[in-house]
Design a protein around this ligand. Sequence first.
Ligand code: PA5
Length: 447
Amino acid sequence: MEYIRLDVSKVYGFVNKNEIESAAEKVQKANKALEEKTGKGNDFLGWVNLPSSITEEHLKDIEATAQKIRKEIDVLVVVGIGGSYLGAKAVSEAMTGAFTAYAGSSDKPAVLFAGQNIGEDYLTELMQLLDTKRYAIVVISKSGTTTEPAIAFRILKNHLESKVGEEKAKDLIVAVTDEKKGALRTLANQNDYKTYVIPDDVGGRYSVLTPVGLVPLAIGGFDIRALVNGARDMETKCSSEVSFNDNPAAIYAATRIALYNSGKKIEILANYENKLHYVAEWWKQLFGESDGKDGLGIYPSSVDLTADLHSMGQYIQEGERTLMETVISIAKPDYSLTIPSDKDNLDGLNFLAGKNLDYVNKMAELGTQLAHVDGGVPNIRIELPRLTEYYLGQLMYFFEKACGIGGYLMDINPFNQPGVEAYKKNMFALLEKPGFEEESKKIKERI
Ligand code: PA5
């Protein structure tokens, strides 16, 4: 078994190694506080030991549900938003062939998402596709009351019921929600849907290894055991028992915070395999919602390379020098594709004939890394040996642990998200939701 590899040597011109290592004691303390549940937000630390506490029975149950449903569908629609969406989206996009996304089969249904926006056209077009497909729905909401997925589910449930009948629809809907409370729990109980529980002590953005991620991924035909095993191995590797210099989450957390304190306020997560686009979206939620509070926090952003070198490259190279960059690189692609020789060589590319595309990609990565470092952007590099569920499991747990440690280093609570409520209050006031009469009156005076 290999681990993902972290290399922070290209930040040493910006913060020195000693400075990072001098945080070791604080980092170890923060890591211990996470594990012993003694720090801020300690009622949301169920994710810390989650990988090692997932039982065989639990996995078998999810796999049995998945197998039963998969036989009957071409498309799985996952309804959820934020932490109830991004984990499954990240893994499914990363592990789906670039052009197979919409060509679902009984082996591997296409996994599509709804309830992560309120776009009328998006949902209409999804239903136009579903008119011609056999499909099931996994509806996911921890609170069971989030507006976006609740609306999407209401509409999709009607669609499914009118397509296959109310009774059959019950077999094709799985709800992932709180054990007891919330509108979705009531709805699921009343309709006798198969349900899975989101543990109380795991927040949305840390929930990919709960049924929130595992149920849709298993139905989608992805290897959830490998995902869990990767996370388990990383749980051990990032434990507070491991010394600072051997613990990648500890080093990543200390390095980001040292860079932040030196004025690098924005972190760009860059990939050279564009199937990782949604891993970056998941990462942005993880770090953005965890760190961005009390007027603090590194702003998480992302680019898909080399594509975005032709749009964002100029800014990264020469814009305001508040950036740091973290690159995710895949050591070995799944396929081998060489560049052919051409007798006329009109494009002048014969110097690359016989070389693999991945070789060119890696040289682009290396050249970009050196250019960005020269331009004042410190670079952290994370290498995955292969793009598999196992290494994604490692990567996701590694980020979660680093995020928790970093939050404690900044002395904030990385496990709440009070700021998310502000837009909801205004939206409900504008929509004249019962109970928001006072806010409705006030907001109308402002518009
Ligand atoms: O990380 C979080 O807690 C949020 O992003 C939630 O996951 C998101 O708001 C969806 O909430 P719920 O699962 O309650 O519908």
